[in-house]
Ligand binder design. Structure first.
Ligand SMILES: N=CN[C@@H](CCC(=O)O)C(=O)O
Ligand SMILES: [Zn+2]
Length: 409
């Protein structure tokens, strides 16, 4: 969509407005008004004020845009052959990251920018309005810095993942020193977060601890790829460091679940106040594509853990940006309710990125939920309710998308 953006927009006749706000309001026959990027009114259709632009939703559902808190968009090439081998029975290992690193290093800045931009457009066309991407296919100072710089120009949040794989021929301890030293310094102007792939075949507990310590000392927020391929120290490390999220979480011990739940004991979900814990980010498209057990989202929610759903778009384990697919899978196979799954893919992602609350006076607006003062990130479905996301699996249900008040689809 292009054209001028009206000063204010009113959408009436919304069949179901799933706000994902703190009261979990789901309004029928609702309306919403936004002025520029700010939501200024939500209520019953018949009470709606006037606006410059008036749109009739004709009974369709409106949700917050998806907040995709975990992706790896800065890459070139694909790994079709590896995927085919996996479907024929081979298991996933971290080693494939090296193939993508080679392809990524071989393209120009302009080519890499165009690839990232195309992936962002694909995500937005399916209802994603806030997007994180990691680096991690550069794996030397120059290429990690380039990946971070390109990502910063294209996505909302950038995570430094120099600790994705030890490049072939490098000494693991020396490479970890580089990740904690010159490479970190080089990416710092472009990133807000750091991550480490703490797993067999990637980084050990001790190396991961070093990476997290250096990143924290540099002022970055922390995230961890943990417990993807087996039980391991990832979750415990994320909790120890107060990471904003631990992602994958396929293989959890009872102690891991308990430790994650305890991080949320001081947070009040009804007001969003108190001390936030570590979000467990489930990546169901990745789990299916790698033939791993689905992350235990139901168990985590029941234990009191805040979870997020993310697409994990990358060429190795999850070559999709479809958040709707993740929501569908979470309902059909992880036993989340539709409301819980949509919440994890909107508010949950915002929690994982520290963007669930904002400042209505001067600034950074909350994303991932629809309330007055929040950012006007809206996803209208070609359906009367969010339930259709699970009820009609695989059907492209995005009707229109507003990102920060600007019509994008
Ligand atoms: N598991 C680690 N990193 C990515 C996959 C990377 C790759 O295989 O290219 C993930 O989140 O699944
Ligand atoms: Zn990942």
């Amino acid at each position: 969509m292009s054209g001028t953006t009206p000063a204010s927009t009113l959408i009436t006749n919304i069949g179901e407005l799933m706000t994902q706000d703190l009261e979990h309001r789901v309004l029928k026959d609702a309306a919403i008004v936004f002025e520029g990027e700010r939501i200024s009114w939500i209520g019953p259709s018949h009470d709606a004020p006037s606006a410059d632009e008036m749109l009739d939703a004709e009974g369709r559902a409106v949700l917050p845009g998806w907040v995709d808190s975990h992706s790896h968009l800065v890459f070139a090439g694909d790994r079709t052959a590896e995927f085919e081998a996996r479907m024929a029975g081979q298991s996933y290992s971290a080693g494939g990251i090296a193939v993508t690193t080679g392809a990524t290093r071989s393209v120009s800045d302009d080519e890499l920018t165009a690839l990232v931009r195309g992936r962002v457009e694909e995500a937005v066309s399916q209802g994603t309005t806030y997007l994180e991407s990691k680096t991690g296919y550069g794996l030397d100072v120059e290429n990690e810095a380039r990946s971070a710089r390109i990502a910063a120009a294209e996505v909302d949040e950038v995570t430094y993942l120099g600790a994705h794989l030890v490049p072939a021929g490098a000494d693991p301890e020396e490479y970890t020193d580089l990740v904690c030293g010159a490479m970190l310094d080089a990416v710092l102007p472009h990133v807000r977060w750091a991550d480490v792939f703490c797993e067999r075949g990637a980084f050990t507990e001790d190396q991961s601890r070093r990476v997290l310590t250096a990143a924290r000392d540099a002022g970055l927020g922390l995230r961890v790829h943990g417990n993807q391929l087996g039980e391991g120290p990832g979750v415990a490390l994320a909790v120890e460091f107060g990471a904003a999220s631990v992602d994958h979480v396929n293989y959890l011990s009872d102690l891991d679940v308990k430790a994650l739940a305890e991080t949320w004991a001081g947070w009040d979900a009804s007001t969003g106040s108190g001390t936030k814990g570590t979000v467990a980010t489930c990546l169901p498209a990745c789990d299916l594509s790698t033939r791993q057990p689905l992350a235990p989202g139901r168990e985590l929610i029941d234990a009191g853990v805040q979870i997020a759903l993310a697409a994990n778009c990358n060429p190795g384990t999850s070559y999709t940006s479809s958040m709707a697919f993740c929501v569908t899978t979470a309902v059909l196979q992880m036993h989340l309710s539709v409301h819980e799954a949509v919440r994890a893919a909107t508010y949950g992602g915002a929690l994982a990125l520290g963007r669930e609350s904002g400042n209505d006076v001067d600034g950074e607006r909350a994303v991932g939920s629809l309330a007055v003062g929040h950012r006007a990130d809206l996803h209208m479905l070609k359906a009367p309710s969010a339930t259709h996301l699970a009820y009609r699996p695989g059907i492209p249900l995005t009707h229109s998308v507003w990102r920060a008040g600007v019509r994008s689809v």
